[in-house]
Design a protein around this ligand. Structure first.
Ligand code: ADP
Ligand code: MG
Length: 296
């Protein structure tokens, strides 16, 4: 690789709204054939809103009943420390969330914290399965209904008892369909890779016409999927934004982070996509191809 060709490539990248961490990134991306796309925050705006809250009630005389307002208040307090798009949306739903202690983000699953001596836990079904907390039929039905509509539902538990369901809706970015189409035109295989549920993922995947959807993947699973593809001889680019994407971004032959992403995603990536329009993904890969062609 001649330094001059690489320098021209880096300069051109700047004009396209792409920040390249080092010349190696340009060389690696020249031979990419498969592009994995994270859903939440990458293909979708990540600006989720809380659409509805269901109070599950229950007749526990000691615990009493948590109203919808109680549920949103507790969930917002818990999520006020979250960097996740779901957490931020829930935190925004309340003006002054109460202060919690001992906050933990559980990547790909949810989050936990303590408020007034009570353990709060929020997240998806996998989280509660992992914690051995039973999901009632009512809660299950309410999550199912939301997911069937392509939405994301999370459960809130207080002291290991599930008290409510929060349904969130996200919007596919305006430029997502064009971004995916541009990748297809370059002959690349597109794969939507997400920790979200299968139905929400398929609904997004179909509307964007990606080649494949892999859903319900834990953060550690994302890099395992990449390693598997690499073992099949694929050269993989990963596009992501979250903490949950960091390992995958590092494992991929080319890691691309969208700018609205979390710090750790930006650190783990080879390139940062500053331009908002998702056509920038295809531009990054094409730029690398052209740079390599001039080199050879
Ligand atoms: P994606 O791969 O689409 O970015 P993530 O791996 O970040 O999705 O999250 C996967 C799932 O984990 C979410 O759909 C949600 O169910 C759950 N989750 C993650 N973080 C949180 C949080 N802070 N609050 C509630 N649920 C969460
Ligand atoms: Mg994400």
């Amino acid at each position: 690789a001649t330094p001059t060709a690489l320098m021209v490539g880096v300069g051109r990248a700047g004009q396209l709204g792409i920040v390249i961490k080092g010349p190696e990134a340009l060389e690696a991306s020249g031979s990419i054939d498969t592009v994995l796309l994270d859903k939440t925050g990458t293909l979708t705006s990540g600006e989720m809103i809380v659409e509805s809250v269901t109070a599950l009630g229950g007749s526990d005389p000691v615990e009493g009943q948590h109203t919808k307002q109680d549920i949103i208040t507790l969930a917002a307090a818990l999520e006020s420390h979250s960097e996740h798009p779901i957490g931020r949306a829930i935190a925004r739903a309340v003006d002054q969330p109460a202060e919690v202690s001992d906050f933990h983000a559980l990547a790909g699953l949810g989050a936990s914290a303590t408020l007034d001596g009570r353990r709060l836990l929020i997240g998806n079904r996998n989280l509660f399965a992992e914690q051995g907390i039973t999901i009632s039929e009512r809660a299950e039905e309410s999550v199912d209904a939301a997911e069937a509509a392509g939405k994301t539902a999370v459960l809130l538990a207080v002291d290991s008892r599930i008290v409510g369901v929060l349904v969130l809706a996200d919007q596919i970015k305006d430029s997502a369909a064009e971004g995916v189409a541009a990748l297809r035109e370059l002959g690349l295989t597109t794969v939507l890779l997400t920790g979200d549920n299968e139905r929400a993922a398929v609904s997004v995947g179909e509307s964007l016409e990606v080649d494949r959807v892999i859903a319900g993947v834990l953060p550690t699973g994302k890099s395992a999927v990449i390693e598997e593809l690499q073992a099949q001889g694929k050269r993989v680019a990963m596009v992501g934004d979250g903490i949950n994407d960091a390992t995958a971004l590092a494992t991929a032959n080319l890691g691309l982070a969208v700018l609205n992403g979390t710090d750790i995603a930006l650190k783990s990536a080879d390139m940062i996509l500053v331009r908002k329009h998702l056509g920038v993904i295809a531009d990054a890969i094409q730029l690398a191809r052209r740079t390599l062609n001039t080199i050879r």
